[in-house]
Each structure stands twice: as C-alpha cells, then as structure tokens.
Ligand binder design. Structure first.
Ligand code: COA
Length: 200
C-alpha cells in the first residue's frame, strides 16, 4: 500500500481549505498563469532570472510524465478560478546519483508563510522515500534568506557555490531532524499525510 493518498483535502495554517494533489497535464494553463502572477522577487528566487513567467519548455517538462524521474505536487483552492495555484513543489532525480533528487518550491506570494512550503516538502519527502531516494538538494540564491533559514532549521548542510548561491542538502531521515519549529512542523505534516493514507 502506498504511504500517500492520491490527493488530500486539508487546511493551511490560517485554516484555508485546500487540495493537495499531483500535477497533471491538464494543469498547463493553470501553472503558466500561476508563474506569471509571481512577484519579481519570488520569480528571481525560483528561476534565478528577472524575466517574469516560466519558460514554456519548462512547463512542458513539468507536465510530462517521465517514468518517475520527477514528481510535482500542487496545492489549489477548489472551485476558485481567481487563484490558479497556491503553491507547487517538485523533485527531479539527479543524474548519476541514484539516491538524490533536486527539489524546488514555488508558493504564490499571498500564501507564503502559511505552511505551504512545509506541506509540499512533506509530501515530496514521503513520496521520495518510497521511491528509494535518500536526500534532497536545493540550489538557493544568497539573498533568499527565507529558504536558507528554513532549511538550516531543518538541519540541511549548506555548501557555498563558487559561481554564487548555495547548495543545500537535506537527508530524508526523520531521526536526523533537529528540535526546531520548522522541523516539528514538517514532522506533523508527514505524520498527518501518512496517517490519512493508513486510515483510508
Ligand atoms: C521559500 C518558500 C518556498 C517557503 O514557502 P512558505 O510556504 O512560505 O514556507 P512555510 O510557510 O512552510 O514556512 C517555512 C519556514 O519559513 C518561515 N518563513 C516563511 N516565510 C517567511 C518570511 N517571509 N519571513 C521569515 N520567515 C518566513 C516560516 O516561519 C517557517 O519557519 P518556522 O517553522 O521556523 O516558523 C516560499 O517563500 C517561496 O516560494 N519563495 C519564492 C520562491 C523560492 O524562493 N523558492 C525556493 C527556491 S528552490
């Protein structure tokens, strides 16, 4: 039995009801719109460029099933055409490193700080563990203090890159998580996702 349900109905930290589910090819327009609405700063932190919106080729890759090489989960609000997406997170298996995957997150500006990133990390973590992965790697800009602090509080290793930015490595082992607010939130979300699947 899978450790995860096909989708979840749950509440964000501010009690907003949302749906957490995998991205599907039908989401192309939705995520194109969502990336277009991102602020210049969030776009810069996510894509390392100030050009607004996501590259269509990238969106095509995101929406294409490629035999387990990558997974994307999104959080959306049901029956709300005004807000295309609350957030999304992906992992992509690293070439040549069997147990490692690169991970990235995008949370719509108005929903940041509501536990969306934590929830996305939890679902990717649970799924990646099932798929035999042992660590997530994220590449983060020097100015991205939220991401750098969040992952430092999860116990991630930080390595400065010679060409700028940081490589953050997070082992997918709950016993290694420190006793911090960020790690405790992640533990709670992992527990919730697994318990819901076990009860189903
Ligand atoms: C980085 C990002 C994914 C975090 O997502 P999020 O939904 O805001 O994160 P959460 O609400 O789950 O919070 C995670 C931690 O960050 C902290 N945090 C979130 N936003 C914060 C802010 N604006 N200022 C300070 N801390 C913040 C939270 O307090 C929490 O830490 P805590 O548990 O110790 O309190 C989101 O800010 C984002 O999409 N940024 C733009 C794109 C980006 O930087 N992507 C990452 C590159 S891979």
């Amino acid at each position: 039995m899978s450790a995860l349900l096909p989708s979840y109905r749950l509440l964000l930290n501010d009690r907003l009801p949302v749906i957490l589910r995998p991205l599907t090819p039908d989401d192309r327009e939705r995520i194109t719109d969502a990336f277009r609405r991102l602020s210049p700063e969030s776009t810069y932190f996510r894509f390392w460029t100030r050009v607004q919106g996501a590259n269509p080729k990238f969106i095509e890759r995101l929406c294409t099933n490629d035999d387990g090489q990558h997974r994307t989960w999104v959080i959306v609000i049901e029956n709300n055409d005004d807000i295309p997406g609350v957030g999304g997170g992906s992992y992509w298996r690293s070439e040549g490193l069997e147990d490692s995957a690169e991970v990235s997150f995008t949370v719509a500006d108005e929903f940041q700080g509501q536990g969306v990133g934590t929830l996305l990390l939890a679902v990717l973590w649970a799924e990646a563990q099932e798929a035999g992965l042992r660590q997530f790697v994220a590449y983060v800009m020097d100015e991205n203090h939220v991401m750098l602090t969040w992952w430092a509080n999860l116990g991630a290793a930080h390595v400065k890159q010679s060409h700028g930015g940081w490589e953050l490595t997070l082992r997918l082992d709950e016993t290694l998580l420190p006793d911090t607010s960020a790690a405790n939130s992640l533990r709670r979300r992992l527990g919730f996702l697994r318990a819901a699947a076990a009860d189903a």
